[in-house]
Design a protein around this ligand. Sequence first.
Ligand SMILES: CC(C)(COP(=O)(O)OP(=O)(O)OC[C@H]1O[C@@H](n2cnc3c(N)ncnc32)[C@H](O)[C@@H]1OP(=O)(O)O)[C@@H](O)C(=O)NCCC(=O)NCCS
Length: 310
Amino acid sequence: MDSSAALIVNETLQVSDLPSMVEVCRMAMPMEEITSPILMEKTFGSRGGDAAFQCCCRDEKGALIGFIWAISFETENGRMGGIRLLAVHPKWQRLGIGSSLLKAAESYCWEQSAREISIGATPGNYLVAGVNPLYMNSTCFCESMGYRMSGITQVLSCRLVNLERFDARRDDLLKSGYQLRRAMGWDRRATDEFLSANWKECEEEIEHAFANTPPTISLCLFDNQIVGFVATEANNPGTGVFGPVYVHKDHRRKGVCRVLVAEGLKSLWARGFATSKHPWTTPTLSRFYSDELNATRERIHFIYRRTRVS
Ligand SMILES: CC(C)(COP(=O)(O)OP(=O)(O)OC[C@H]1O[C@@H](n2cnc3c(N)ncnc32)[C@H](O)[C@@H]1OP(=O)(O)O)[C@@H](O)C(=O)NCCC(=O)NCCS
C-alpha cells in the first residue's frame, strides 16, 4: 500500500456513504454482523444523531477508508464520551488513520466536558458492548492510545425451545393482580413517562422498539399503571437481540422479571428467531441466565476507558 497517497482526514460522512461504511466495518470487524439497517441505527438514524461527532478519512480518489462516530451523554456519574464506531479498512491500517480519527473525537468529547471516554460501550445504542478481544489490532490500538481495560461484558445466547415451560409462572403472576400485554403505539406516552421517572438510559432503545411494526415491547401493569417492561429488537435490528427488561423497585422480588424475560423470548420466537442474544450482560448475571434459560456464552468484550487528564 502506498502510504504516501494523499489521505484526507476530518472529512464529514454523508448518508450516501452508508454502503461504504458497511464495507469498511465488515472488512475491519469480520466477526460482527453488520448490515445497512444496523449502521443506520448507529449513525444517521440515531437519537440526537445531529449532535454527535463524526469524521472520516478518504483516499485520493474520495473512497472511504475509515471513519469514527462518537457521542457524549449524561450519566448519574456525570458526562461521558463514547466511541460508538471506529473502523479503518485493513488495507489502510497502521498508517496513523485510526489515531487521527480518535484524537479528533476525543477533542469533541473533552469539549463537551466528558469526564471519561469509553470505546464501544455506548449505552442505549451500541454495535458491541466494548471491544472484541479477538481483534488484536483493536486492543493494541486502545492500549497505545492510553485506554485501560476496565471490565468485561458478554453476549449470552439462548435457544428458543420449550418456552411453554414458563406458562405456569405467568398464570400465577396474572392471578396476583398483574396484567401483561403487548404495547401498542398509543402506550408510547405512558411508557416514556415511566422511563423518564425510572430509567432514562434506555429511552433510545425503547424508541427503536416502538418504531418496529408491531412494537416489540411488552408491558406489565398493576392497577393500570406500568410497573415493568421488556423490549426486543431494540438494538441491532434483525439479529434477535433481547432487552432491555425493567421492573419498578416497588414490584421487585415478586417474579415479575422472570415472567417478562419469558415474554421477551416468546416475542423473538414469534418473529422467527431460533436463538436470542443477550448483550451487555455482566458476569454476575451469568448464573441467572444459565440456570433459568440454559444460556451459553457467545462472546466477551473488553471495556476500554480513558479518564480526562486535566
Ligand atoms: C483499531 C483500528 C481502528 C486502528 O486503526 P489504525 O489506522 O490501524 O490505527 P493507527 O495506525 O493510528 O495505530 C495507532 C497505534 O495503535 C497501535 N496498534 C494498532 N494496530 C496494532 C497492532 N496490530 N499491533 C500492535 N499495535 C497496534 C500502535 O501503537 C499504533 O501506532 P504505530 O503504528 O505507530 O506503532 C483498526 O485496527 C480497526 O479498524 N479495527 C477494527 C475496528 C474495531 O475493533 N473498532 C472498535 C475498537 S477500536
